[in-house]
Structure formats: C-alpha cells, structure tokens
Ligand binder design. Structure first.
Ligand code: BDP
Length: 688
C-alpha cells in the first residue's frame, strides 16, 4: 500500500514538474493531448474489454471536470447512434460499440480542456471509414514525407525486428488517431513493393495491428498488382486468369489468419508506371472486382485509386473522369473509388475532381493530402483545413443545388454499403511527428473533418490551438491569452492557405514547380527528356499572347465534365470564378479583371500579397513569444523565415519569368524583385 502511494506521489510530482516545464521546452510529441493534472473521477463501466479499459484510464488520467464526479460508460443499443457514434449527457457516455465509448470519452475530455460545455449531444461520424494513407516504404523512407523516416518500417532485411520503443510509438500513434476518430491506416506506399505481401512482412503487420486494434484502428495495405508474378513466379498477373484469382484468394486468407480484422487493399494501378489490369487488356473494374471477391468473405474492401493519366492525353485533368465514368456501376459493392480532391494532383488550389457527384452507382471516397508535398513541405505554415472545407462544400449540382462533394460522398445523397475518406499522412519519426508544429493541425483537422464534414475550419483551428498551446497551469489570465494568442494565431492559420496560393500559384495557376521535389518555383522547368505533362509549361501555357490552360469548349473541353450550371459557368470567362481563371482559360496579359486591373498587374499584386502575408505571419509570431515555450517559439520562427524566403523566390521567379512573355513592367507600387531569374533557375530550393 505504502509503495503504491509513494509511486502515486512520484507520478504526481512528475506531472506537476512537466506542467511547469511545459512553457520552457516542448518537443511537441504529445500533440493535442498534452498532460494536465487530473481531477478525481469515479468511472462506472459494467462491461470489460481492452478498449473500455483505455476509456476508463483516459478518464482517470485526464479528467478536468468536477472533482469527484461520477461518469457512466454504457453500451446499450440506440438506433439514433450510427456506427461508432456516441451520446454525451450528464451521466456520461453512451454508445453501441466499445470504440464508440472511447470516442465519446475523448470528446468529453476535449470539451473539458477547451472549456466547451457538454450539453446533451449525439455525435455520429460522417464517414464510416476514416483513414490515413502512409506513403511509407519498407526500407523506412517515406515518399513525400518531410518529418523523418517511417514509424512502421526501418530495414527490409530486418523486417521482424520490433523493439519496445516501436510499440510505444505505435500506441501513441493509435491513441492520437483515436482521439480524433481516425479508424484505419494504410501502412505502406501506394507505389507498393510486392514484398509487402511476403509472409515475414505480414507478420510485422500483425504485430502493428495488435497495437492499433484496442484503439479501434484497422490496418490496410497498398498492394502491387503484379504481386502474383513477382512474388510467386506466376506466368501472369492477369486478373481473369484462374491461377491469379486463386493466388489472391489464398493470399487474402493468409492475411486474415494473421489479422482477423484486416481492412482491405489500396491499389494504385496503371498509373505512373505501376502495373495494373490494363497491362493484360483488362479494365480497372476487372482488376478491382477480382480483389474484391477475394476480400468479400472476410468483410474486406478495395480502395481503387482513380489517379491515372498518360502523356498521350490532351489534358491530364480530364483523364480520371474519362477512364472511370464508363465503368460506373461495374464495380462490386466492396470497391470504393478513391479520388484525389482535384483533377490534377493536390495543388494549392484546384476545382474539385468532376468524378465527385458524377459517379453514382459506384462508391467514391475523397483522398486528401495532409503531407504538404505541394504546399511548402514541413517548412511552411499552411493550415489545410480551409482548403478541405472549400472542397467538401463545393457544389457538384448532380442532384440539384446543394449536392456538395461532402453529401455526394458521405452517403447523404448516394447510399452505398461503405463510405470512406482518406488523408495522405504527414507523420514520421521526428519528435513532433510532423516536422512543423503547425503541421500537426493538419493531421488534427483531417481527423475532425472525417468525423464531421460540417465542422468549420475556424472551429477546428480554435480547438487545436487551445489543446496544443493552452496549458491551464501556465495561463494566468485566459482573456489576455485569448486576445493576444488565440485570436491572432487563429487568424494566421485561417489565412495561411490563401497566402500560399497567392505566393505560389494565384488565379488558377497550377503545377509550376521546379523539378520533382515540388517545393520551389519553376515555371521554366522543362528538361527535354521529360514527359510534357511533368513540366510546368504544359500547365501554364505562357506565351506572348497570354497565360493559362484553355479548358473551355474551344480548348480541351474539360468544362464539359462538370454538371450544369458549373459547366457553363467555368466555360464563360465572365462567370468563371477568378480563383480558377487560369485553370480554365488562356487569357491575354491585358485581360481586364473585375477590379479593373489588367491580368498581368493582378498577377503581380497577388504574388506581392502572398509574400506580404507571410511577412505578417512573422510579426504575429514574434509577438506571441511570451505565450509559447521557447523551443516551439524558435522552431516556428525559423520556419517562418524560410517560408518568407521561399515566398520571395516564388514571387520573383514567377514574375520575372512570366514578364519575358508579357513584356510589361511590374507596377510601381510593387516591390522590385530581389533575386535574379538566372540564379533562381539554377537554385536548389530544397536546400534552404
Ligand atoms: C503525386 C506524387 C507521387 C505519388 C503520386 C500518387 O508526386 O509521389 O506517388 O502523386 O498519388 O502527387 O500516386
């Protein structure tokens, strides 16, 4: 008894100390789940399971409500509750499932920490399957990862070496995800190695799955379509070949023997050099259905990606729609077509992919990119929630006004057996998981939106800031903190994506990066041996006459892939929203904008505006020095400096390059460029 008491005392002292130290050093590892000194709570729970024990433990270790309160966790069926949803009321949490209870507990604790009163409420998830996609390779590298190496994979030759430290990290990962409602994870890159399906790799997946399971997280794998041939020496990987069908059936059985709750496969096929059914003269539906049939007896699903394009197509933005619409309705019910938010590729701004809303008879799930491949890696502060909100709220008009992407994918408009949403993860071994403290907000926002696609970015940002930066023990005056920290930081986050669009690719410009790293500016980048659709001039089309990609009826006619009235609206330069102007139109340099400026001048102003915004963010951050721990303060400050340098390079590089075509002066009230174009053209931007 005495020993137990002593232990408790030591732990309390440690927690107290860590609270005090919080302001001075924070490596960000605890994300939005920072320790607080708990108040006492009684938890009543009549059922037992690993998940419920976690729920009880979380309550006891984090309770910030009335001291000595009694909380009941009750699992009883209520038809108002959908899936893993829950009810919060004065007595505690009610749910249909254990994991629903855990989600309710996390919500309850979150509300206590952000001081949001817990009135009686029902919370049901918008999407049934809410997934992170890791683009992690078996050797530990991460495609488009900017926060260190993989938390799952390290060394292909020692795949089965699993340390206690690994397990602790996976558990922390699971807990963070569960706290925001994420319930699935694809453990490896969409450019998948066939070795992923080797038995020893699967044994490692089993070990990971065991750690994730109590937190309600299912594991999924990206698979390589040629696996039967490459891994087992079959003569073909043709999806209609009986040996191939048998191979996948056996493989699936093997997986489920190891991982009984395995989620299913994610497949990138016939895209960017990946193998697929078309290699054998078959369709995407043939390939997806073959796998779906193998998974069906076990309840598994296939997420088949629509990210396809070939150099022969006249407009890359049109290809997903052209290839997939004819297959509409030909997929099994456990196949979901996974579609990136935009028709090209996770650009700072794109209109929504026209497949959303158009595909009715086949389930479609959005794929968002949390890792900032095209938005400044982990160097730029860009809160992506506003971009996702814009996307989810985009009206497709397919079933009349109000047929938003959100409603077309979450089952509100088209009832399908499964609804899902995926986000490409930004997580790595960096101590703060995401490389940039503010990149954690993107992981957080993805989870929150996947749970509730009606949330606003304002609310999500406020929640995240409070959870991440407000340690009650260190804030003496909440009103002061709110005025001088919460509000300015939130404003900066909300404006950050639009700022990035302005300093990188305003007015509908897209994909004008220098090289494959997708970081700095490169409208000039066009090595002669590269596919044209992998070079910026393909997208910006700048010449003496003007700039922009003509996707109108007289151009590529991509506008025709949108439902009316969007199709006509985008087609007509007078009604096309300015943010998509150069996405859909090739316009002369002196085209008159709504505000009376000519296009060239407007472009100059936009770039300048983006840069000035980042300078403003630096000032905002400098002013909050006394409200954050020193480590976070200096790290973010230094990252804002590189973001500012990058914004300057973007502005100078793009304006000086496009000026060669416009032959017009940069307006006098705009700051002169500070970089030379020829230097920028030779620069390796990733080094800064
Ligand atoms: C692009 C990335 C590439 C990915 C590809 C994909 O540059 O690394 O493999 O998307 O989503 O954005 O398959």
């Amino acid at each position: 008894m005495e020993i137990v008491l002593e232990k408790k005392l030591v732990i309390t002292i440690l927690i107290l100390l860590s609270g005090l130290l919080n302001l001075y050093a924070e490596n960000g590892h605890s994300l939005w789940l920072r320790n607080q000194i708990p108040k006492q709570v009684e938890v009543i729970c009549s059922k037992q399971s690993e998940t419920l024990s976690i729920a009880v433990q979380e309550l006891k270790q984090n309770w910030q409500g009335n001291p000595g309160a009694e909380v009941t966790l009750s699992i009883k069926f209520n038809k108002e509750i959908k899936g893993d949803g829950y009810i919060l009321d004065s007595s505690g949490v009610q749910a249909n499932t254990d994991i629903g209870i855990l989600y309710g507990v996390y919500d309850l604790l979150r509300r206590q920490r952000i001081e949001q009163p817990t009135k009686e409420l029902i919370s049901n998830p918008s999407y049934e399957i809410r997934l992170l996609n890791h683009w992690d390779n078996l050797d530990g590298t991460i495609e488009r990862g900017y926060a260190g190496k993989s938390i799952f994979w390290r060394d292909e030759n020692e795949i089965l070496t699993i340390t206690e430290q690994d397990k602790i990290l996976w558990q922390e990962y699971a807990r963070a995800n569960a706290s925001i409602g994420i319930n699935g994870t694809v453990l490896n890159n969409v450019n998948s190695s066939p070795k992923m399906l080797e038995i020893k790799t699967l044994q490692k997946v089993k070990a990971i799955a065991e750690v994730l399971r109590p937190y309600g997280i299912k594991t999924y794998l990206s698979v390589n379509f040629s696996s039967p041939a490459v891994l087992s020496g079959l003569k073909t990987s043709d999806p209609l070949d009986s040996d191939v069908i048998k191979w996948w059936k056996n493989k699936v059985k093997e997986i489920y023997t190891l991982i009984p709750d395995f989620g299913g496969f994610l497949v990138k096929a016939n895209s960017e050099g990946q193998p697929g059914p078309q290699d054998f003269g078959r369709t995407h539906a043939d390939g997806a259905n073959m796998m779906a049939d193998a998974l069906k007896p076990f309840g598994g699903i296939v997420m088949w990606r629509a990210f396809v394009y070939s150099p022969k197509e006249k407009d890359r933005a049109m290809q997903a729609y052209s290839e997939f619409m004819p297959l509409e309705g030909k997929f099994r019910e456990n196949v979901i077509i996974q579609v990136k938010n935009g028709p090209v590729d996770f650009q700072p701004r794109e209109p929504f992919n026209p497949l959303f809303g158009a595909m009715k008879k086949t389930a479609v799930m959005p794929e968002l990119q949390i890792t900032q491949e095209y938005l400044g890696h982990s160097k730029h502060l860009v809160f992506l929630s506003t971009m996702w909100e814009e996307f989810l709220n985009s009206d497709t008009y397919h079933q009349g006004k109000g047929s938003t992407v959100a409603r077309c994918t979450d089952g509100s408009i088209y009832p399908h057996k499964y609804t899902a949403i995926a986000g490409v993860s930004n997580i790595g071994l960096d101590s703060n998981w995401c490389g940039h403290t503010f990149a954690q907000s993107n992981w957080y926002a993805f989870g929150r939106l996947a749970w509730n696609n009606n949330l606003t970015s304002e609310d999500i940002a406020a929640e995240w800031i409070k959870l991440t930066f407000s340690n009650k023990s260190s804030i003496s005056d909440f009103n002061d903190w709110q005025e001088h920290f919460l509000l300015p930081v939130k404003k900066m986050m909300i404006e950050s994506r639009e700022a990035a669009v302005d300093y990188m690719m305003p007015l509908g410009l897209h994909h004008i990066f220098a090289g494959d790293h997708h970081y700095g500016p490169g409208p000039w980048y066009a090595p002669p041996n590269l596919r044209p659709d992998w070079t910026p001039p393909y997208y910006h089309r700048a010449d003496k006459n003007g700039i922009g990609f003509d996707r109108t009826q007289s151009g590529s006619n991509a506008v025709s892939q949108y439902h009316e009235p969007l199709s006509s609206q985008f087609n007509n330069v007078n009604t096309c929203p300015e943010e998509y102007l150069l996405w859909f139109h090739h316009l002369s340099w002196d085209y008159k904008m709504n505000n009376g400026r000519i296009l060239w001048d407007e472009l100059c102003f936009r770039y300048e505006n983006g840069l000035n915004k980042v300078r403003g963010f630096q000032k905002v951050w400098d002013k909050v020095k006394n409200y954050v721990d020193e480590q976070t303060f200096t790290e973010v400050q230094s990252k804002l400096r590189s973001q500012c340098r990058a914004a300057q390079m973007w502005k100078d590089g793009c304006l000086l390059y496009f000026q060669q075509f416009s032959q017009m002066p940069i307006p006098y009230d705009i700051e002169r460029p500070v970089y030379d174009l020829d230097k920028l053209e030779k620069m390796d931007f990733t080094k800064d």
